[in-house]
Ligand binder design. Structure first.
Ligand SMILES: *Cc1c(COP(=O)(O)O)cnc(C)c1O
Length: 414
């Protein structure tokens, strides 16, 4: 190793300021830089401790540095990292077996992110329609306020104009309907539609669960028109709602399900799950990615799945959800100037800001962080909570105290 180069790299101090100097400014991260985590606890560069109710945007669902995952990853790191798609590997075969045994799916395709999982799902839907019905069956129907990732295709399918502005021309043949609007779905889903994409719980769009009747109608309309029903469970899947996947709680089965985020608990992996009938459309060479399902990522995901997909674990998620919802409802009742309602599903919850705090979700997030509680926002009008699924009742009580202290600070300052 070149000693001079090494010391140059390691001795420059890194701070939040460094971000503004050398990172492409796509994000506006917090002023504090976390350096270490354990469970739901996190410490910043100054040693200040935080209670993490973000899970890295519903990713670290087993908390930071979960011992089972650390052990599995360390063992795999000493065994085999990567092969390339000319070879398969044992961890990915086990993961595919486990995911297909646990769900409606017969087959899995692995990639590295939610956007890539959705990209694969959309491409598969197009290919299927192309093969079975012809090129005219190409329209994709999605929902306003949905979020499906940041590739050009997935931002175009996503229902938020702010993410496509300036990136035109966009892929054509994509239409949006209001979420939970059955009549709009009936109008939009006609014979030229190849795919309908929906989040069973809209995450980025403000933490809004789908109505069961809406999902059932989408299923019926897809069956009638031969369109493929895609559930984007990148955020709401992997135990977040208290079911392994949200579709199980709704009793509506998609043709394709996408997963990522919590699937790797922070180790990048995405998955597209589907049926035998659909999968056969993606033959050798038709789609792929270098890292998808490599032994490291597959090992982590397998251990995540084994830990989460236990009746006792999922029952506890539902119990913790009940406690957290009740706790937040009391906060809403005690701070009507700040919040109007609590909504969401499982441990993916949103507190909707009141008229007097319009546009100020970020201020609430900042005040909470100052008190040592990390929260998310979902747009300007919703404070989002997504604690690790292992959150204890004591930690919920602690979050309650810190949130109330933050709201008192905000109201004093006003
Ligand atoms: C985060 C998210 C994505 C995108 O996942 P990336 O890993 O960031 O590409 C897609 N869909 C939903 C519902 C998400 O929440």
């Amino acid at each position: 190793m070149n000693a001079k180069l090494d010391s140059t790299v390691t001795t420059r101090p890194v701070t939040r300021q460094t971000f503004d100097e050398v990172l492409v400014p796509t994000y506006a991260p917090s002023a504090m830089v976390p350096v270490r985590g354990a469970g739901l606890d996190l410490w910043d560069q100054n040693g200040k401790q935080y209670l993490d109710f973000t899970s890295g945007i519903a990713v670290n669902s087993l908390g930071h540095c979960h011992p089972v995952l650390v052990e599995a990853l360390t063992k795999q790191a000493n065994t085999l990292w990567h092969l390339g798609n000319g070879y398969t590997n044992e961890p990915v075969l086990r993961l595919a077996l486990a995911l297909t045994e646990a769900t409606f799916a017969d087959r899995a395709f692995f990639c590295n992110s939610g956007a890539e999982a959705n990209e694969a799902a959309l491409k598969l839907a197009r290919k299927h329609a192309h093969t079975k019905f012809g090129a005219q069956k190409s329209r994709i129907v999605s929902c306003f306020h949905s979020f499906h990732g940041r590739t050009l295709f997935t931002v175009s399918v996503g229902g938020q104009a702010k993410y496509t502005e300036g990136f035109e021309p966009l892929p054509p043949s994509i239409d949006h309907i209001p979420y939970n609007d059955i009549e709009a779905a009936q109008m939009a889903i006609t014979d030229d539609v190849c795919a309908v994409v929906v989040e069973p719980v809209q995450g980025e769009g403000g933490v809004v669960p789908a109505d069961a009747d809406f999902l059932k109608e989408l299923r019926a309309l897809c069956d009638k028109t031969g369109a493929v029903l895609i559930f984007d469970e990148v955020q709401c899947g992997m135990g977040r709602t208290g079911d392994l996947f949200a579709y199980m709680g709704y009793g509506v089965t998609p043709d394709i399900l996408t997963s990522a985020k919590a699937l790797g608990n922070g180790y990048p992996i995405g998955a597209m799950l589907t049926t035998n009938e659909l999968a056969k459309n993606l033959g050798v060479g038709s789609h792929g990615t270098t890292y998808g399902g490599n032994p490291m990522a597959a090992t982590v995901a397998l251990n995540v799945l084994e830990t989460i997909n236990q009746p006792a674990f999922l029952a506890r998620v539902k119990e913790a959800s009940k406690n957290l919802v009740a706790t937040l409802q009391k906060v809403v009742a005690d701070y009507p100037q700040v919040f109007t309602t609590v909504r969401g599903s499982g441990l993916l919850l949103g507190m909707v800001v009141a008229e007097g705090f319009k546009g100020r979700s970020k201020d609430i997030q900042k005040a909470a962080e100052a008190q040592g509680l990390m929260l998310l926002i979902a747009g300007t009008e919703v404070v989002r909570l997504a604690p690790a699924l292992i959150v204890s009742d004591a930690q919920i009580a602690q979050a309650d105290r810190l949130l109330r202290a933050a709201l008192d600070d905000l109201l004093k300052a006003a």
